[in-house]
Design a protein around this ligand. Structure first.
Ligand SMILES: [Zn+2]
Length: 966
């Protein structure tokens, strides 16, 4: 069946088919993709874990990749994908598990063959079973400090009804998986549930629908149909009187202040053409005038609010509101809950007016009409997930349209749902460090050790909240009509001489101010993007810690000042994003090209220099930032180690404790206001306008905006440039840190090799080398040695300088051992791989990278982002992809070999960063043995003449040269 109900701007072709084994497939032809993708969803997940082996569905997801009867080699699949420029992954949820990959078009048929074997004859070998449970365990330990995960698991372990199917530990670990007979359990799970009748397959490729269909039929028709009947959960009681009407006080790992209210509502997926839950959450989560969030902020109680609805297990809707609290809100969380109910109760009284529905309907229609394309790999995932909800063949014609469908305005259904938003039908989770000091004895969640206590919400509170309405001084109400909703879209028709003419590059249409412009000649959609780069040296930016913290606060206060306006804009499709680097502030506005966007831009920019902020709001935002910097020190080592690296090698990057000190001790409100008055007086603004807009209109936007910002124009030369530390040749520096977070069981090691300033050819050689190393590194250190879940090996360009990067996080081994294994890996490559390297291997690697570079931009945002990056970095190399491809074609085997020896052995410039967990640090004997083994490696194999231990990072930076400013 051809799917005919599709967006008018969608040039892809779709065909739905049901194979003879009842596997529902969708094949999609997209003429623009260089990589094809497959995604398969199976309708079982962790809900189906047997009680003696929690995490089994997830473990199976890991195991499936590791060899099949037809292709027994453990890394056969990953090799094929990696060598052909692709990527792969999988994930396990409550009631589904999915697998996906992409790969260059020519390698797709073979990849589909390998992939389909997982669902037919996986091996689950004894040895891989033994090993891979370590990866699952490491994944679990990586999540231990993640408060989102902790709450997620807490709900499953503590809040849901004990006999409920949700009462599980879904990740799994050694404790649940390491036992006699686990392999048989894996085989049985696959045998019982991996059945074609509960699978959905999507193939997206450039090939014809006929050929894609043939691929699906040939490879998947023999997946066995076991006629699996999924658990009927429609009568499942997830929450009962023991869960509802309760307050769960939780001590978070990080210093979070948050209140979450969850309501238990009836399943609503079948109401897709009226989307009642999404209309209600649209109002409760509104951030515009009269909103709940505005009132919470006005009372100094909160800094953020989200409302959402999720359908769980195809049986319930979980409707939730989550509020980020201030210190005052933390003290007065009851008031926060009261305001939530004031809003809800008022909404119940007023009902939801038709204009709210109409505005949403208009935006859904537009988003369908002008749907933008995404990559094959993400599109395949989106569609396959959606297909799980489709059973009957006729339904599939609505597949593309359902998420955008809003046809029926049913006030009664809305009212019925709102009436269920009561305190008796909800539970509250309050996350606060203050809960630690409560007198009551804290319990501990079994898997994450999260401390908590449970309180019944008193009956009189429940009846009070059920009725409470806003008092006179409280401003809560319906949002105003949205004046930004696009009415008339401006469809300039662009003349094209030839179908396949290359798109033009951005042109400079004004020197002062510098304005780049590119009219859309590719996508034919009424979109517009305006990009601004602002540079200044005001307030000594970015040299001092104070100035760096000032700009963070300045931006956050500005966003809060504009919040109501930008939220109204966002509902009308005006997207705004901004970035902050040591050299510039960037601002991007993406929108339909309706005239109101011009008004929006002018209003936003007017506030840039003159916005107001009260001392109270400033203090709330400042406290939030303090907490977020403090919390970042409790992140996982693999995340912290990256930020540390930049502190070490970038001239202006400072250590977090220093930034925190400036934030706490120097940046008071008075200082902030003083700095704010000097800020953005000396300015360089660079523009890039693109989309369906004429040059004249683009210049008009620029002129209006520049007039709104009073400033003295400065030149590029006056701006403090960020610079990179230049390591000497034949050198090794080591930085080490003992994790202050004593509870974290993970260590991490990062090794960086620095090379030279990039030229297209050197950069090409570097990427070919890492393309060759990536798969074996992962296979050795993760699949075989099981050092940890996070294993990375990648080329890296920083400030135009070429680097190579290796990173491993481990709960089982110390950082010196991890470094040792990296060293041994390189030695093994040198002795066993390099001597037998063939021209063909080099060609394959080159082709994989070239293939990725040849991918056309699929939407205006992608194209604009690529050009904007060139402007932000100051490279202006708009044809950089073509240059890179040309350089890659030049790379020879001998270049790669010489470069390999130079980078790692003959002239290494190396930096090791080691993060020790307490457990690993205490094991001195093992540590010393590993340190010595590494020293021996450097002596025997690398020409390292100077070694240094970094004690003081500022001194370290001062003692080295920097790469020149470019
Ligand atoms: Zn996993």
């Amino acid at each position: 069946m051809i799917i005919s109900k599709k967006s008018k701007s969608d040039d892809r072709l779709y065909r739905y088919l049901r194979l003879q084994n009842n596997l529902r497939c969708l094949v999609v032809q997209d003429k623009d993709v260089e990589k094809s993708s497959a995604c398969l969803h199976v309708g079982v997940g962790s809900l189906y874990d047997p009680p003696q082996a929690n995490g089994l569905a997830h473990f199976l997801e890991h195991m499936l990749f590791l060899g099949t009867k037809k292709y027994p080699s453990e890394n056969y699949y990953s090799q094929h994908i990696q060598q052909n420029g692709g990527q792969k992954n999988a994930a396990t949820s409550e009631n589904y598990t999915y697998y996906y990959f992409d790969v260059k078009n020519e390698a797709f048929p073979k990849a589909v063959d390998i992939f389909s074997q997982f669902f037919k004859e996986p091996l689950f070998t004894e040895t891989a079973t033994e090993r891979e449970m370590n990866a699952v365990d490491s994944e679990y330990k990586k999540n231990l400090s993640d408060d989102g995960r902790r709450i997620f698991q807490m709900e499953k372990s503590v809040i849901v009804r004990p006999g409920s199917v949700l009462n599980k530990f879904s990740t799994g670990g050694m404790e649940t998986l390491k036992h006699e007979g686990i392999r048989d359990e894996l085989l049985k799970f696959h045998e019982d549930y991996y059945s074609s009748n509960i699978m959905r397959l999507v193939l997206v490729g450039r090939d014809s629908l006929e050929n894609l269909e043939k691929l699906a039929v040939e490879n998947f028709s023999d997946v066995v149909n076991k006629e699996v009947v999924l658990k009927d959960l429609s009568n499942e009681i997830v929450y009962d009187e023991n869960s509802l009407g309760k307050l769960y006080k939780v001590v978070p790992h990080k210093n979070l202040k948050k209140i979450l209210i969850h309501w238990n509502l009836p399943y609503s997926e079948h109401l897709w053409n009226q989307k009642p839950s999404s209309i209600i959450s649209h109002l409760i989560g509104h951030e515009g005038p009269n909103s709940l969030l505005s009132q919470l902020i006005k009372e100094g109680l909160a800094t953020s609010l989200q409302s959402s609805n999720s359908s769980r297990m195809d049986c319930i809707d979980q409707f939730s509101v989550s509020v980020g609290l201030t210190d005052k809100g933390e003290e007065n969380y009851q008031r926060v809950v009261e305001l939530v109910y004031q809003y809800i109760n008022q909404l119940k009284q007023s009902g939801i007016p038709k204009y709210v529905f109409d505005e949403k309907k208009r935006m859904y229609e537009l988003s369908f009409e002008y749907k933008t394309k995404q990559s094959a790999i993400s599109y395949a995932q989106t569609l396959a997930a959606r297909m799980l909800k489709f059973i009957e063949d006729e339904e599939f014609n609505d597949l593309l349209w359902r998420p955008h469908a809003l046809e029926v305005f049913d006030p009664e259904e809305l009212q019925r749902r709102m009436n269920l938003l009561t305190p008796q039908n909800s539970f509250v989770i309050f996350q606060s460090k203050k809960n630690e000091k409560e007198d009551s004895v804290l319990l501990k969640e079994k898997w994450y050790g999260t401390p908590y206590s449970i309180e019944k919400i008193p009956d009189d509170t429940i009846s009070y909240l059920a009725k409470v309405l806003p008092s006179l001084e409280v401003n809560l109400g319906l949002p105003p009509r949205n004046e930004f909703i696009p009415q008339q879209l401006n469809e300039i028709k662009i003349l094209r001489d030839l179908e396949n003419t290359k798109p033009a590059f951005p042109m400079k249409i004004s020197e002062n101010p510098q304005v780049w412009f590119k009219q859309d000649d590719t996508f034919d959609q009424p979109f517009l993007q305006v990009n601004m780069k602002l540079q200044t040296y005001d307030c000594a930016y970015p040299v001092t810690a104070l100035s760096q913290m000032f700009i963070v606060l300045w931006k956050a206060c500005l966003l809060e000042f504009n919040r109501e306006l930008s939220y109204m804009g966002s509902l009308a499709g005006i997207g705004e994003s901004n970035g902050l680097s040591m050299e510039y502030l960037s601002w991007t506005i993406f929108s339909y090209n309706d005239v109101v966007v011009t008004k929006y831009i002018a209003e936003t920019l007017k506030s840039l220099q003159n916005y107001d902020v009260t001392k109270e709001i400033f203090e709330d935002i400042k406290n939030l930032k303090i907490r977020s910097y403090e919390n970042s020190l409790k992140s996982e080592p693999y995340q912290r180690i990256d930020s540390k690296l930049y502190t070490l090698i970038m001239k202006n990057n400072l250590d977090i404790p220093e930034l925190l000190k400036a934030l706490k001790e120097e940046l008071d409100f008075e200082t902030f206001v003083n700095m704010k008055n000097q800020w953005l007086r000396n300015l360089r603004i660079e523009w890039f306008v693109t989309g369906h807009i004429t040059q004249k209109d683009a210049m008009q936007i620029v002129h209006d905006s520049e007039a709104a910002i009073k400033h003295r124009k400065i030149t590029q030369e006056e701006i403090q440039e960020q610079r990179l530390i230049k390591l000497p040749y034949n050198y090794l520096a080591e930085y080490e840190e003992l994790n202050a977070d004593t509870e974290n069981p993970n260590s991490a090691a990062l090794a960086i090799y620095q090379y030279e300033l990039k030229t297209p050819l050197k950069q090409a050689i570097n990427s070919v080398l890492f393309q060759l190393l990536k798969e074996p590194f992962f296979n050795q250190l993760r699949t075989q040695q099981q050092l940890g879940y996070i294993v990375q090996c990648a080329p890296m360009i920083t400030r135009k300088v070429i680097h190579g990067k290796f990173l491993v996080q481990s709960s089982v081994k110390d950082p010196d051992y991890l470094i040792l294994k990296m060293n041994e890996f390189l030695l093994n490559i040198r002795d066993n791989v390099i001597p037998t390297l063939t021209d063909e291997q080099i060609e394959t690697s080159k082709k994989a990278i070239i293939n990725s570079l040849q991918q056309k931009d699929l939407n205006l945002g992608q194209e604009a982002g690529r050009y904007w990056d060139e402007i932000l970095t100051g490279d202006y190399e708009f044809s950089s992809r073509e240059i890179k491809i040309e350089a890659l074609r030049q790379v020879q085997k001998q270049d790669v070999i010489e470069y390999f020896n130079e980078l790692f052995f003959n002239n290494p410039k190396r930096l090791n960063l080691k993060f020790y967990s307490h457990g690993h640090f205490d094991n001195k004997d093992e540590l010393n043995a590993n340190i010595q083994a590494n020293q021996k490696f450097y002596q025997d194999n690398c020409k390292i003449f100077k070694q240094e231990k970094i004690e003081n990072y500022r001194q370290f930076k001062l003692s080295h040269f920097q790469f020149p400013r470019l």
